[in-house]
Design a protein around this ligand. Structure first.
Ligand code: FAD
Length: 503
């Protein structure tokens, strides 16, 4: 009989059981383990715990008699029960975290099969990195290579439409006066009996003091099954992709989703394969249903950013986790840890924190330019910031958080991943959103009662890192701007006085 195949909770789509491309035996029985210790270790967002357990239990229900679903305290205990006394041999697809990979490698009789759910095998990436590592691994070069390798949006060896990068068309502020984008709503699920059962279990464990969560949960907002994930993908491609590009970086208080796809959670649960997402987007362009800037922007997010982040996670090694190039050691304040939006006066931060509390999701600009930027300006410990994002976001997993937070958002790797730190004053937030209008602070003010914490924080950050950033061609000009600030001493004193209070 075939060796059983172990499915982790983020390997839930059919491609993880596909025997082709180094997959498991087509007759293999399936093992799934719901390990309670995972929830005990960290204070997760409750909606995330609900989504992951709901998705696992839905998958088990679909697999029926083929699966042995074990509820255990730990993976070790669960595996012992699943494998029995004879310690049956098992297969498992390459897990997505270093800790899980090490764990499965220490087990006798467990064969680790190829990773699934990404566009490029590790070995091919290693060859590319070997050729390009000298000049620094940059996302743009990587992305073009993936497009060529996979023939994505390519015509006769050239980028479709003649340009690789249409980002210039994709940075529009929200339409003037609009409070929401006038496009079809994103797909949202209806709950079923499995969702109820999971919620009931979470209540029980929480009441018993076994686990503790942050955030609000219910109703479920993201797909938990393959069928739901495909419905969400189809709706996005047919009704929302066309507007994806223009407003990709915009923020609106009353419309947190705008034209974003909301597909990160089903992608990271393994319910969707990235290849099918980019292929369907490309087809929409070829059929004239969506403009190239939107389709290229979406393909870049998946074939460029998502894939790049996955490869870098393995490429950079375990010590990447503890990088702290800017020597930031401040602890995260309680209002941030508890998602206490009401404690915050700055309207952008309060609005975004409430979105995280209520949904476990925001799009990339609030993550980078509101949440991450606050942490960077205030010098919070990057490992603690990474842990916070991992726990609080429905799409957060070790592999995707580490490069995005340590590298992209906190510049704690000193520039391995990005060529400059991402942070700004209030002017950027004001230009790209409707968040500043009614705010108690003014984006242009640097000192005094109404000084915007992002503006003050931006200049204080540049000042603190003057030596490092003054020598970087991408930030040198901003640093020179410090010399024109006649009120710099006041500004620094103001920043210092404000640093312990919620902004
Ligand atoms: P869309 O804007 O519709 O983009 C389409 C898809 O592209 C996403 O679904 C996602 O799969 C992919 N994508 C785009 N950018 C990235 C990226 N940088 N890394 C990985 N995938 C990307 N994304 C996660 O999936 N999990 C995370 O834990 C995560 N943490 C982040 C933390 C910070 C500080 C920042 C700046 C970004 C983070 N991202 C993360 C990337 C990005 O913000 C989310 O993927 C995106 O907001 C999810 O919403 P969406 O599906 O509507 O994305």
């Amino acid at each position: 009989t075939a060796r059983p195949h172990w499915l982790f909770g983020d390997q839930l789509g059919p491609h993880f059981l596909d025997p082709r491309h180094g997959g498991p035996d087509p007759q293999a029985p399936v093992v799934m383990i719901e390990a309670r210790s995972v929830l005990r270790r960290r204070r997760f967002h409750r909606a995330k715990a609900h989504l992951v357990l709901s998705a696992m239990r839905h998958r088990a229900a679909e697999l029926g008699d083929r699966v042995r679903y074990v509820r255990a305290e730990t993976y070790t205990e669960g595996l012992e029960r699943a494998r029995g006394r004879r310690r049956d041999a098992l297969t498992v697809c390459h897990p997505t975290s270093r800790a899980a990979l090490e764990f499965v490698r220490t087990l006798d009789g467990v064969e680790v099969l190829a990773a699934k759910g990404f566009l490029v095998p590790h070995e091919e990436f290693a060859r590319w990195a070997g050729r390009h590592g000298g000049r620094g691994l940059r996302q743009e070069g990587f992305y073009r290579w993936v497009r060529e390798l996979r023939g994505l949006l390519m015509d006769d060896g050239e980028p479709a439409g003649g340009r690789w990068n249409l980002d210039r068309d994709n940075r529009e502020p929200p339409p003037r006066g609009a409070t929401t984008l006038d496009i079809e709503d994103p797909w949202r699920p209806s709950e079923d009996a499995i969702d109820d059962e999971v919620r009931h279990d979470l209540d029980r464990w929480e009441r018993a003091g076994e686990v503790s969560f942050v955030g609000r949960d219910g109703p479920r907002l993201f797909p938990a099954t393959r069928r739901e994930a495909l419905a969400a993908l189809r709706r996005f491609i047919a009704h929302r992709l066309a507007d994806f590009g223009r407003y990709e970086d915009a923020m609106l208080a009353a419309d947190p989703v705008l034209s974003h796809s909301l597909l990160s959670a089903p992608l990271n649960l393994g319910l969707l394969d990235p290849a099918e997402c980019v292929r369907r987007a490309e087809r929409a362009w070829r059929e004239g249903a969506a403009p190239l800037n939107s389709v290229e922007g979406f393909v870049r997010q998946i074939a460029g950013w998502r894939e790049y982040v996955w490869q870098l996670y393995w490429h950079f090694g375990e010590d990447y986790r503890s990088r702290n190039a800017l020597e930031h050691h401040a602890p995260l304040p309680d209002w941030f840890l508890d998602l206490d939006a009401e404690a915050v006066t700055a309207r952008c931060l309060s609005t975004v924190l409430a979105q995280v509390r209520d949904t476990g999701w925001t799009h990339h600009i609030p993550r980078l330019m509101v949440l991450g930027s606050r942490a960077l300006q205030d010098g919070w410990d990057p490992a603690a910031v990474t842990d916070w994002f991992h726990r609080c976001f429905v799409d957060g997993y070790d592999w995707v958080m580490l490069p995005n937070v340590v590298g992209m958002s906190q510049y704690a790797d000193g520039g391995l991943m990005t060529s400059k730190p991402y942070t700004s004053g209030g002017a950027y937030i004001n230009k790209m959103s409707d968040l500043c209008g009614p705010c108690a602070y003014r984006p242009a003010e640097r000192t005094g009662e109404r000084a915007c914490p992002y503006t003050t924080g931006y200049w204080a950050f540049l000042h603190r890192n003057r030596a490092r950033l003054g020598g970087n061609p991408r930030t040198a000009q901003a640093v020179r701007g410090l010399d024109r600030l006649t009120d710099l001493p006041d500004l620094l004193a103001h920043a210092d006085r404000r640093k312990d209070a919620a902004p």
